[in-house]
Design a protein around this ligand. Structure first.
Ligand code: PLP
Length: 505
């Protein structure tokens, strides 16, 4: 039966579609503002003016003063800069940072690094919805504490924390507060003065702006030393010629914030509709996001007995983009630290999926996704076979009809050797390999964790390959279950495929 196929993007917490006005603003700057803002002649002054206009817009959006805004290459950089700067300033007099276990990787990994440099980090407990108990926080603050680090809104489950309360408690003890506001901006009201915070980070690509630009808020008078040394750009606190087109793109995206906020009720209604409809067709689903104090666009759901790698790939096959965790986690071999912190078992983390809507999402989009999911739960979607690590034994590995397609990234291949007799192709440009993959064999797609392989398996089905399967849990799972086979055969007789379209040229 022919059915209209939609493209539905429900991964807006990973990144957002660039707004048309932003594209125009970026294009304008690239064409017209090529002068270096640090120089003095007319073209440079033009650029410097654009830079200052942009700073003013970003500051106004979050109720900061323009001199409290510094542009960075990303929010990850902003988070690194704040944490390293504050630690450096207080160390060794005050060594402790109190944070939450559900921060973004750019905070978590920086904190873990700072521990190796002599800092102490304590993580406050979160409940099953990711909420911290501010009173518990107060118990953890002592004379040794220099910073409380708590995100305003979580990227995976959407929990919005009571940062005003956190700031009040921290201030009582003369402790500074940083808040990662990346996911909150454009979805809930963000006013750095109201929040009472000392430092905050923002990212353009989460608000329909360009990738590769962020903003850092440092409250006037708060300690800050540069992460990147060099020229005197950004008041000498962030060296490097400014990425003016991206900065102008960020400012233009900020000019849409009011409009985005005015639509948050509509987005929330669509999310609620989705949860309600999904609940009817999968009655045992568990919503991990809080009902109250949650981002209007975000819902994180566990679907018992539904593998999220397969589900994500099946949805992709149907034109629907969702994520099984944060974008930063999908290439990692560990379960999401956020889902673990809220108490999910390893098994449940593999059955959990995040849907993140945007102001572009329509009711038709939601209905389409529900319909596809319903068909899938009823067994009426294109099947891709799953091979578990245990099933992949010598018989299957060395079967003449089996064609093993390894789509791992080169850095994953450095960590784990490939299956014997496997054929290496590129995950991102798999299209170029379609002509060289045999159509008369049983294709077994393999990646490091199982997620990418599921997507490619569905892709091959869409290219009319028959008998396609993928290895659940990938090479990581296979090595764990078959240590002896791995030692005996891994890395043997591997062929690097050459893309067909390149061969023709
Ligand atoms: N903080 C949060 C909460 C995020 O969701 C992200 C992006 O996923 C970041 C920080 C990092 O932002 P960027 O991609 O600009 O480094």
């Amino acid at each position: 039966m022919f059915r209209f196929r939609r493209e539905v993007y429900l991964d807006n917490n990973a990144t957002t579609k660039v707004d048309k006005k932003v594209v125009k603003a970026v294009d304008y700057v690239l064409r017209n503002c090529y002068g270096n803002p640090s120089s003095l002649y007319k073209d440079a002054r033009n650029s410097a003016e654009k830079l200052e206009e942009s700073r003013l817009k970003v500051a106004e959006t979050i109720n900061a003063d323009p001199h409290e805004i510094f542009f960075t290459g990303s929010a990850s950089e902003a988070n690194n800069a704040i944490l390293k700067s504050v630690s450096g300033h207080f160390y060794p007099a005050r060594k402790k940072i109190v944070s939450t276990p559900i921060e973004h990787a750019s905070v978590m990994n920086t904190l873990e690094f700072l521990k190796t440099q002599g800092m102490q980090v304590e993580y406050i407990h979160v409940d099953s919805r990711g909420r911290i108990l501010p009173d518990k926080l107060e118990d953890m603050i002592d004379d040794n504490t220099c910073l409380v680090c708590c995100m305003l809104a979580n990227n995976e489950i959407g929990t919005v924390q009571d940062i005003q309360r956190v700031s009040r408690l921290a201030r009582k003890h003369d402790v500074l507060v940083m808040s990662d506001c990346v996911q909150a901006l454009g979805k809930v009201h963000v006013d750095v003065k109201d929040l009472g915070i000392d430092y905050a980070s923002f990212s353009a690509h989460k608000i329909h702006g360009p990738k590769g630009v962020g903003a850092l808020f440092v409250k006037h008078g708060r300690p800050f030393t540069p992460l990147i040394h060099g020229g005197h750009q950004e008041q000498g606190l962030r060296a490097g010629t400014e990425s003016l087109h991206n900065i102008a793109g960020l400012a233009t995206a900020c000019s849409n914030i009011e409009e985005m906020l005015s639509q948050s009720q509509r987005v929330l209604q669509l999310k609620n509709l989705f949860v309600e409809e999904l609940g009817k067709i999968k009655t045992d689903m568990v919503v991990n996001s809080p009902e109250e104090a949650c981002l209007p666009n975000t819902v994180n759901i566990t679907l018992p007995r539904v593998n999220n790698a397969v589900l994500m790939a099946m949805l992709d096959y149907n034109g629907i983009s969702v994520s099984a965790g944060s974008a930063c986690n999908t290439q990692d071999d560990k379960p999401s630290h956020v889902l673990k912190a809220i108490g999910l078992s390893d098994q449940a983390t593999r059955e959990t999926i995040r849907f993140s809507l945007s102001t572009d999402t329509s009711e038709q989009d939601i209905k389409y996704v529900v319909k596809i999911l319903e068909e899938y739960f009823e067994g009426n979607q294109v099947p891709v076979s799953i091979i578990t690590p245990r099933q992949l034994d010598e018989d299957l590995l060395f079967n003449d009809d089996t064609y093993i397609l390894d789509v791992r990234f080169w850095y994953d291949r450095e960590i784990l050797k490939g299956l014997p007799n496997s054929h290496e192709a590129s995950f991102v440009s798999i299209k170029k390999y379609v002509d060289v993959i045999p159509r008369d064999k049983n294709i077994l797609v393999v990646c490091q964790m199982g997620y990418g392989a599921a997507v490619i398996a569905y892709y091959l089905v869409s290219e009319h390959f028959k008998n396609v399967s993928f290895l659940l849990s990938g090479m990581v799972g296979w090595k764990l279950s078959n240590g002896e086979l791995y030692r005996k055969y891994a890395g043997k007789n591997i062929e690097k495929l050459r893309p067909g379209s390149l061969l023709q040229s």
